[in-house]
Design a protein around this ligand. Structure first.
Ligand code: NAD
Length: 360
């Protein structure tokens, strides 16, 4: 049956990097018999410019009707002064909540060819391969009540609510246990159970779910220690699972251990493994339109899509192998460039991946 991918380039470099990922999808269609159709739609600032909303109904409908979504990035200087309700980032949040994408998978992999790009010593990070599973549709980013209120004494007070129900914790825990079971079989749940009742419940529910996963060794860690351990000895981790906000912070930290924001893909999944796939970086307005952005994170997002949503693991392997090969050939966009390698443009990098794929 033909699969459908909604393609949302978004803003800034999103336009350039998604074009390269689409070249890869087209190559899979032509040379690998991938039965797929793609349809493009607007999201973010470009959608606001056209339709006065960062998430037009037609985009959400297309995403609902598709098997998977490929997203570039949203945001940019141009839209920073807009009311928060219509800022580009609201488009992303609307997609996550509208499609119930509650599980965010963020791998942090250090490619051996890029070991020099990390700010940490090579022996600390070489061979690094962590998967962070972040809860994406609950917790303090969505909890009510929230706002800024004025107290009786005239002082203003900001407030947000950290809230998780047992079912929300249980479903993200199970995603993480399943992934750990297919990897090295170790899951570390990160919380702040010594201070926050909400994450005391988190720990209890994750432990209870773990009783059904005898093949996975479960440990718990407080978030402050987890942040320290990630930079001290990151290779101790296999899979980490945590709340929305802790995951937001820890996954950026883990990504930077690899030194290459332009290399890391991500997946956001719902209960039926339908997913939105995107690079972890933003729209990089500082380099947009210059054909210098690294498209590999977006291309690797296509590989994740094939593996986690479209049941095409062998094509995912092919894409990942092709990325390794172009790195072996010494091709580098400017963000991962070092002396002795060859600096290439966004489109050259996409063409190189396609060319390797065609030879595989
Ligand atoms: P950013 O990730 O866009 O950029 C951070 C730095 O990394 C910049 O110097 C940029 O040039 C560089 N960079 C990022 N991706 C790159 C790539 N593929 N190749 C080469 N270099 C790359 O983060 P920011 O500057 O904090 O945010 C810019 C905009 O993106 C903001 O509007 C922000 O809200 C938005 N944003 C969107 C997403 C998303 O769409 N998922 C995520 C983060 C930030």
């Amino acid at each position: 049956m033909v699969k459908k991918i909604a393609v949302l380039p978004g803003d800034g470099i999103g336009q350039e990097i998604v074009a390269e990922a689409v070249k890869v999808i087209d190559c899979l269609k032509k040379d690998f018999g991938f039965n797929v159709e793609t349809e493009e739609a607007l999201v973010g600032g470009t959608a606001y410019d056209d339709c006065a909303t960062p998430l037009p109904d037609s985009t959400l409908e297309l995403c609902k009707a598709s098997d998977s979504i490929l997203l570039g990035a949203v945001g940019g200087y141009k839209w920073e002064s807009l009311d928060i309700a219509v800022r580009p980032e609201k488009g992303l949040l609307g997609l996550r909540s509208g499609l119930e994408l509650f599980a965010n998978l963020r791998p942090a992999i250090l490619y051996p060819q890029l070991a020099d790009a990390s700010t940490l010593k090579p022996e600390v990070v070489s061979g690094l391969d962590i998967m962070i599973v972040r809860e994406l549709t609950g917790g303090i980013y969505f909890g009510q009540p929230r706002g800024i209120r004025t107290l009786d004494n005239g002082e203003r007070q900001g407030y947000n609510t950290l809230v998780y129900s047992e079912s929300e914790i249980d479903r993200i825990a199970r995603v993480a246990f399943d992934i750990a079971g297919k990897r090295d079989g170790r899951l570390c749940s990160v919380d702040k159970a010594n201070v926050l009742e909400c994450t005391e419940l988190w720990r209890e529910v994750v432990t209870r779910a773990g009783e059904e996963y005898k093949n996975v060794e479960l440990s718990h860690m407080y978030v402050d220690n987890a942040a320290m351990q990630l930079v001290r000895a990151p290779k101790q981790f296999d899979v980490m699972v945590t709340t929305n906000m802790f995951g937001d912070i820890l996954s950026d930290c883990a990504a930077m251990l690899t030194g290459s924001i332009g290399m890391l893909p991500s997946a956001s999944l719902n209960a039926n493994s339908k997913g939105m796939y995107e690079p972890i970086h933003g729209s990089a307005p500082d380099i947009a339109g210059q054909n210098v952005a690294n498209p590999l994170a977006t291309i690797l997002s296509v590989a994740m899509m094939l593996r986690y949503s479209l049941d095409e693991a062998s094509m995912a392997d092919q894409i990942e192998a092709a990325v390794q090969k172009v790195l072996d050939q010494g091709l580098r966009t400017q963000d991962i460039y070092s002396e002795g390698t060859k600096k290439v443009s966004t489109s050259d990098m996409g063409d190189a991946v396609v060319s390797v794929l065609q030879q595989q």
